[in-house]
Design a protein around this ligand. Sequence first.
Ligand code: MCU
Length: 414
Amino acid sequence: MQRFKVLTLFVLASLGTSIQASANNANSGKPLKDDTACPVYAAADFAQLNDIRHLPNPFVYGKAINVTSRSQWQCARAWTKAQFEHWELGPLPPAPPVVSGTVTARQLTVHASASGNTIAFNAQLHLPAIGKAPFPAMIRLGEYGLDTQLFNDAGVAVITYNNGELAEQNNQQSRGRGKFYELFGSDHPAGAMMAWSWGISRILDVIENTDQQLIDSTRIGVTGCSRNGKGAIVAGAFDERIQLTIAQESGSGGAASWRISDYQQQQGQNVQTQQQIVTENVWFRDNFSRFSGATTQLPVDHHQLMGLLAPRGLLVLENTSMEWLGNSSTFITSQVAKSVWQALGTPQNIGISQVGGHRHCQLPASQQPAVQQFVSQFLLQSAANTRELLQTDGQYSTSAAEWRPWATPTLRPD
Ligand code: MCU
């Protein structure tokens, strides 16, 4: 593939006074708490499937309600989460009645009980040599990707989470296997990513609720690469206590949208599609396969999964040398996702960086500043960031405008 010079756009925020007021409110990425006044969506609400060729409008939800205010966005968010649970990922069980654990300098333990069953799992803790407790922390899913040293050198602790212990991800035989399924039953409909996400929420419960002085529960991030990058996005989407998500080379099922990946494949590229991914592993709920060959019937797509993280921090790192990930798909989908951050007045809280010329899950030097920028903004809170990060060396056969026929509102505060 022809290489292009890295194009880096740092757009200085030049916001008008009225927008600035709302941006200041949310610059830190303060989570939007789900509004208990929002309807609770039940399976029966989701019977209708329409054919939607473009990326669905994140600002229209339920029975065609247009989002114009922040409180309406909270309800749109609740609806969007319910859509992902119902069609794609499976239901996220609530926190169990009993969660306990310990945090020591090297290890975090979690015990959770529900319906007469109990499970326990551990995560290793790597404290930095600089800074002082309570430390910000990054929860790292699995083994690939950004390494512990990178975060420790910045004064950030790392919690290494063995997500495969909660839900296996070897192949299709992994369905229903792992500690999550020991607790909830091997026929629980949640796919592996939802099970991992549930486990991360329990780690956060332990950090928040045990008497410990090592980790600062208000400065927690999550990261993973490849299959675990997909899982990092799901975790960030479903737990608002996570301030920063760094999804590295997550590709299909992560930062890519099903629709644009299908389009890329139709253009003759070797891109992972929904139809293929459901045959490879158990990351999704079992009956997600109903959309194979029919992804335009999905009421949502992955710009909306990423949009659930707004206005908190999301850094999308992709690799344009890996055709399988879907480079147009991840780049354009992330840009369309950015509409949600724009609507909330925090466009600088999503960074998009796609650079090739390196192996899968190996961070090149050119992407390091992006990681440092997001870590310092969300976990060290050393500098308020006003720059928008959009970096690519890719070449794309389609554009965000072609996939986003709808307008981005500026949501009024209420
Ligand atoms: C990019 O993530 C996955 C991809 O979805 C799979 O098709 C491939 O087999 O594995 C990738 C991965 O997780 O690599 C470590």
